[in-house]
Design a protein around this ligand. Sequence first.
Ligand SMILES: NC(=O)c1ccc[n+]([C@@H]2O[C@H](COP(=O)([O-])OP(=O)(O)OC[C@H]3O[C@@H](n4cnc5c(N)ncnc54)[C@H](OP(=O)(O)O)[C@@H]3O)[C@@H](O)[C@H]2O)c1
Length: 263
Amino acid sequence: MDEIMRPIALVTGGSAGIGLEIAKLLAADGHDLIVTGISPRVHDAAEALRACGGKVTAVQSDLSRPEGVQQVVEAVQAAGRLDVMVLNAGIAVGGAFLDNALERHLNLIDLNIGSTVRLCHALVPDLIRTQGKILMVSSVSAMAPTPYESVYGPSKAFMSSFGHGLREELRGTGVNVTILHPGATATEFHHRAGMDATVFGDNSWKNDPVLVARQGVEAMMAGVTSLIGGDEATQRIGEERKDLSEEEKARRHAEKARPPKTR
Ligand SMILES: NC(=O)c1ccc[n+]([C@@H]2O[C@H](COP(=O)([O-])OP(=O)(O)OC[C@H]3O[C@@H](n4cnc5c(N)ncnc54)[C@H](OP(=O)(O)O)[C@@H]3O)[C@@H](O)[C@H]2O)c1
């Protein structure tokens, strides 16, 4: 008798934060998983995700590098099919633009933009074969200037715009692209960005990654184009932003992202 094929989902940055919560939901929904992370703990995350009963492959690789992307592509090729691709791994670099080495900004671009383009170019053909789904984890920062994380917001604006364009090109193929724009979310993200001393560094007021992940997965499954991830206050802020000038949005972002010494 033929073995029943379970759908396979790739979740980049599935070892922590929003990506781990998305991976848990997809595992509970009957997907086998390929989860990626930059550190060895992706193997612990994979072990925990196996409790849902599916097959879970862990890939430890640096997605800011072409070789790291290639490792993920090879894992998908070894799995033999791809039904869901969640592009979630991403970083910010906190602090004033000139206070950070150029290399840190370029590394952010290589991860947030470069890996998005590389993975789509390599794996969208697999998704066309299965009429699969893409979830891009962008940010509300895509919709505003982000002083003191100056390259981050533009990198997410790229992702959102790229996602909308790709969605249109894929019309009629059965592949759907959903773009999730989370508001500030309580993960390791701002700590990793070196922003502990800023308002964003305090996780107590931020969105629950479980909520943001659920909203994203439900939207992807329903074929929604674009959404803001987070609680009612986050949704309200997202709506209000539409009427603000770029200058005002930049000022408001700086209030939360500016390190104390430059206030
Ligand atoms: N948290 C927020 O406030 C917020 C708001 C809006 C949008 N987002 C977006 O949500 C996404 C997930 O962020 P998060 O908050 O869940 O962050 P997080 O808790 O810091 O998790 C980041 C994930 O990305 C992986 N990663 C980091 N650098 C990598 C690299 N060079 N190559 C491969 N993997 C790498 C990490 O792997 P390890 O576990 O091995 O370190 C981890 O799995 C990001 O794209 C971020 O821009 C976050």
